[in-house]
Design a protein around this ligand. Structure first.
Ligand SMILES: Nc1nc2c(c(=O)[nH]1)N[C@H]1C(S)=C(S)[C@@H](COP(=O)(O)O)O[C@H]1N2
Ligand SMILES: [Mo]
Length: 222
């Protein structure tokens, strides 16, 4: 089922580049005004926030658990960003509010060996990223969207937002952050999608990680 999602998408027609948006709209994307919902499986309902927590584990000095109150007690920031879904929709100027990932990092110690992260969201959703990517200034754990609490379907009470990668990396209903020495692919990454997923390089599918197109631009010793 999941494999066929990647296979179906590969067969879909690539939309022509929309010149109105210049470089802002990545190749192969179509702009949407609405905010589509893409979820594998059921939508979790958190009518009682005491049932929610965020566990930090793996290659860190001491495991840490944040309650929702803990999250609200951290510095609150806003990020305005564009999002790009691998299924070809993009949406401009989304305002997310919450806690920057780099601010969360002040509250636990990552071991120097940690190089990768797997983000866990309900239910059993996992997605992988290099740790370095999460250190960027605009990576946010968001509880609000355009001035209001996230809706249940968009990830209430807390979702990750990683603006510079395809939107499947932005785990909804985030419950865990796992630090790792080596990369471990998540759900979509195991099911035909790219392990990194840069929309500006159209890294949609797995098996494309060698970027043969750009081979001539690589550094060579001789
Ligand atoms: N926990 C969880 N997070 C998830 C998903 C999911 O199924 N479960 N879907 C991903 C995908 S494929 C996309 S495109 C975005 C969609 O977010 P939205 O539904 O708010 O548009 O969430 C991502 N985060
Ligand atoms: Mo997606």
């Amino acid at each position: 089922m999941a494999i066929s999602k990647a296979e179906r998408l590969k067969k879909s027609k690539t939309p022509a580049r929309d010149a109105r948006f210049g470089d802002r709209l990545p190749q192969g994307q179509v702009l949407t005004e609405r905010f589509p919902i893409l979820t594998v499986g059921d939508t979790p309902i958190y009518d009682d926030l005491s049932k929610w927590d965020l566990k930090i584990f793996g290659e860190i000095n001491e495991e840490k658990v944040f309650t929702f109150e803990d999250i609200l007690a951290l510095p609150q920031k806003k990020v305005v960003c564009d999002v790009h879904c691998v299924t070809r929709w993009s949406k401009f100027d989304n305002e997310f509010e919450g806690v920057l990932f780099k601010d969360l990092l002040n509250h636990f110690e990552i071991k120097p060996e940690a190089k990768y992260v797997v983000v866990h969201g309900d239910y059993d959703y996992q997605t992988n990223l290099p740790l370095e990517d999460l250190l960027k200034d605009d990576i946010i754990l968001a509880h609000s969207y355009n001035g209001k609490a996230l809706t249940e379907k968009h990830g209430y009470p807390l979702r990750l937002v990683v603006p510079h990668l395809y939107f499947w990396k932005s785990a909804k209903w985030i419950r865990g952050i796992e630090f790792l020495k080596e990369n471990r692919n998540g759900y979509w990454e195991q099911n035909g999608f790219h392990y990194y997923g840069d929309p500006y390089k159209e890294q949609r599918f797995s098996g494309e990680e060698f970027e043969l197109k750009n081979f001539k631009d690589r550094d060579f010793d001789y």
